[in-house]
Design a protein around this ligand. Structure first.
Ligand code: PLP
Length: 365
């Protein structure tokens, strides 16, 4: 349910914000998702009352009853997007309303309350504006934003969803995913485990999907691969996703991506690339792609490139594939020209080097 109401945020600035020198030290080498800015946003929800107590305050730990529903039944969901510092100094986000829409689709699936899209975007604007000195200036760096929602009712009853929730946003400066050039990843085809089944939560961005995926990711690493590739739950035959990213195949010069069957996460990067393809003169196709087609296409030379895409690493080339009984290389194993062209275009729009012809850039400051 969406409760239409205008929330105003109570702003309590931190009395222990880091100094400029401390911040610069972090920004010189931010890593990924380990250091957080000085503030955070919280909004509470109570059944019958709606959203209330919207606030921005000092970043810090939460105190929660051990019986809190999220700890036991994983009623939780999240989003991920970035604030970029553009060449002209402005700070922008990329398609935040698309994240707001997806947040609410995830909320419906997890029996959680929807947050008005305006409030979602306003909460991001407020946090980024307050902590704007934390938006890195180094090339390829950004401020990663993590909105999320947890069930907060302290009760163990499993017959109904929680009656109370908390929405929060935290922010973390992030280095470029690739240090020292774009390097293709190797992938492991998981036939032992499944990420999502029809009717399940595959399309929702919920923590539970990740909890169930770690064992397969560990298996990928044990097999000498960087990332796990998920296949369909019925036959382990059709390609779905790679870790937390969507996949694209270049087949006969056309951009082909697995169709959104309900078990895939509908990536905003994926959607943006499907739209950008037209600008780049590339045809697109959304359909099923089997492992056999992938391997045979590489052997015949018809399938020339594969890349993964998502907010964190933007566009990542895939170089080699390994499964329980086979392995092969895509092209000559190096990043392909279409992969690099798509990457350049998308990064160009995000950082302001290319015109924003699709109206995707949301200016904050
Ligand atoms: C977030 C996510 C993606 C990528 O989505 P973007 O909106 O492009 O960042 C892909 N797959 C999974 C499982 C994800 O959680």
């Amino acid at each position: 349910m969406t409760i239409a109401q205008k929330l105003s945020f109570d702003v309590q600035l931190s009395d222990h914000a880091r100094t400029a020198a401390e911040r610069e030290q972090v920004l010189a080498n931010p890593g990924w998702g380990q250091v957080f800015t000085d503030h955070m946003v919280s909004i509470d929800f109570t059944e019958g009352k709606g959203w209330h107590d919207a606030r921005l305050e000092a970043y810090g730990p939460l105190v929660l009853d051990p019986a809190t529903a999220v700890f036991h039944y994983a009623q939780e969901l999240f989003e991920g997007l970035k604030a970029y510092r553009q060449a002209n100094g402005s700070i922008v986000m990329f398609r935040p309303y698309a994240n707001a829409t997806r947040f609410n689709r995830s909320a419906q699936r997890m029996a959680m309350p929807e947050l008005p899209e305006e409030t979602f975007v306003e909460s991001l604007d407020l946090l980024v504006n307050t902590d704007k000195e934390w938006v890195p200036t180094a090339e390829g760096h950004s401020l990663y934003l993590r909105p999320f929602m947890i069930a907060t009712q302290p009760a163990l009853g499993v017959n109904y969803p929680s009656k109370t929730y908390r929405y929060m946003v935290i922010a973390s400066p992030a280095a470029s995913y690739f240090t020292g050039g774009i390097k293709p990843v190797s992938v492991w085809l998981s036939t032992e485990y499944t990420r999502a089944a029809p009717g399940g939560t595959g399309f929702a961005k919920c923590g539970g999907n990740y909890a169930a995926a770690f064992v397969a990711q560990r298996q990928a690493v044990e097999n000498g691969c960087d990332q796990v590739v998920w296949l369909d739950a019925h036959e382990h035959r059709y390609v779905e996703e790679m870790g937390g990213m969507n996949l694209f195949f270049v087949i006969g010069g056309k951009l082909v991506t697995p169709a959104l069957t309900g078990t895939l996460l509908p990536g905003i990067t994926r959607d943006s690339i499907l739209e950008l393809a037209g600008d780049l003169g590339l045809e697109t196709e959304e359909r099923l792609v089997s492992v056999e087609e992938w391997q045979a296409g590489c052997e015949s030379g018809e399938l020339t490139e594969v890349f993964a895409c998502g907010t964190a690493a933007v566009v990542t080339p895939v170089g080699t594939v390994k499964g329980a009984d086979r392995s092969w290389t895509i092209g000559d194993g190096t990043p392909g020209p279409i992969t690099m062209r798509v990457r350049e275009e998308l990064v160009g729009i995000q950082y302001g080097a290319r015109p924003d012809t699709h109206n995707w850039v949301h200016k904050i400051a």
